[in-house]
Design a protein around this ligand. Structure first.
Ligand SMILES: [Zn+2]
Length: 422
């Protein structure tokens, strides 16, 4: 098919992002290689030579794998968008199943499933080759397959009805459909956040309350009381079922809130360090970061739907990707735009990631400062961060450009400096 002007612009944007990603990764690799000969002075007391070399190898291996994925994804996206396969599939689908809301939701759902199947080999390689080579993988094939099947089941039970409702809203509410659709999606997100700790997360992991009377439990509950952080339970999650990587988070809200520690984290850190990690997590809550992030995601949903509604009135947008344009508020007119928007959105959002990261890093510094004040000392958190960086073989020397695009957290060095400076 011949490219229209907007088609050319879209192609340029897709290529620009891919080239930027490959350049950033090259820049980062060079930066890491420049420091391979010895452990950088700032980290000498926390990491030995062998572990440092492994962290460099891990970083480079992930980087090379990332490059392959970038090239593959970009080539695939260009093929999907510009060979006419989408309008062809859409035509076949509507000829077979009609243009009812159910059929249109079915089309979007089938497209989503097809795209995730295409990326399965890479997910498999990352888990069973890359992570395995560096001793992180503990996932069995059975767990991996079951995870995917459970994900699909959740998509059928939750995602599909949501799609049907969004498309129904187009026919029910006409020109303002996108406002109603955004409100519906936001309500749905809040509902999922509410039910996830009790109904979704247990499908994937086992959660065990810290044993009654253990010193760790007492220490962490004392911290929760001291910081006036209402929580009913502190639970340990069997993260080791999938990987040796470690983490901590809290989830749910109101009286459904619970604090979750990975078993791998509990195994790696001493009690004061675990307390400081929890204090950091509580800091996110106390500084209202959770509410602010939620606010941004709500704005994001509105912008997304407004963009879809606007594009759905632009004939050139349909034509650029080989679709026929029909005006009017019917699901079948807007579904192609939804699919194209989903495919193209990261091409644009990629360029905004440094901005978002500046913001999320400020939150990390604030949570770190909260932990320091709460603990009365920066040392436990510094020790915890050092251990986690070492165990996870994190890159100690990322290039600043690279980290600005990909890191939502400041680097270890930056966090230590901030913790020690006040
Ligand atoms: Zn944090």
């Amino acid at each position: 098919m011949a490219l229209s002007l907007f088609g050319i612009i879209a192609l340029v944007l897709i290529l620009a992002r891919a080239i930027a990603e490959l350049l950033l990764s090259r820049l980062n690799e060079r930066h890491v290689r420049a420091h391979t000969s010895e452990v950088p002075p700032a980290f000498r007391e926390m990491i030995d030579d062998t572990t440092y070399r492994r962290s460099v190898d891990y970083t480079l291996a992930k980087s090379r794998f990332g490059d392959v994925v970038t090239v593959y994804d970009t080539a695939l996206l260009i093929l999907i968008l510009f060979t006419g396969v989408l309008p062809w599939a859409f035509g076949k689908f509507t000829a077979a199943f009609g243009t009812s809301v159910w059929a249109m939701a079915g089309f979007l759902f089938a497209a989503g499933v097809a795209l995730s199947i295409i990326s399965l080999p890479f997910a498999w390689y990352a888990q069973f080759k890359l992570e395995d080579r560096f001793g992180f993988n503990t996932t069995t094939i059975k767990t991996w397959v079951l995870d995917r099947l459970k994900g699909l089941l959740l998509a059928v039970l939750l995602g599909f009805p949501l799609l049907v409702l969004v498309l129904k809203l187009i026919e029910w509410t006409g020109p303002n459909w996108w406002i109603w659709a955004a409100l519906l999606v936001i309500a749905f997100q809040l509902l999922v956040m509410l039910i996830a700790p009790a109904m979704i997360m247990p499908l994937f992991n086992k959660f065990t309350p810290l044993p009654e009377g253990s010193t760790l439990r007492e220490r962490l509950f004392a911290l929760a009381r001291r910081t006036d952080f209402p929580t009913r339970s502190i639970e340990v999650m069997d993260g080791s079922k999938r990987s040796h990587h470690s983490n901590a988070f809290f989830t749910g809200f109101g009286r459904f809130r619970k604090i979750v520690l990975f078993d791998t984290l509990v195994a790696q850190l001493a009690e004061p360090e675990l307390e400081s990690v929890l204090a950091h997590e509580i800091g996110h809550y106390k500084k209202r970061h959770v509410v602010k992030l939620l606010g941004v995601s709500i704005i994001g949903v509105f912008i997304g739907f407004a963009a879809i509604a606007w594009l759905a009135r632009q004939e050139w947008f349909y034509r650029a990707f080989g679709f026929e344009y029909h005006a009017g508020f019917a699901a079948a007119n807007i579904v192609p735009v939804m699919l194209l928007f989903a495919l193209l959105t990261e091409t644009i959002s990629f360029w905004f990631s440094p901005l978002l990261h500046v913001w999320s890093r400020r939150f990390e510094y604030e949570a770190d400062a909260f932990a320091r004040v709460t603990m009365g000392d920066a040392q436990p958190l510094i020790q915890a961060l050092r251990k986690l960086t070492e165990r996870n073989l994190s890159n100690l020397t990322p290039h600043p450009f690279y980290s600005s695009f990909y890191y939502s957290h400041p680097t270890l060095f930056e966090r230590e400096r901030a913790l020690q400076s006040s």
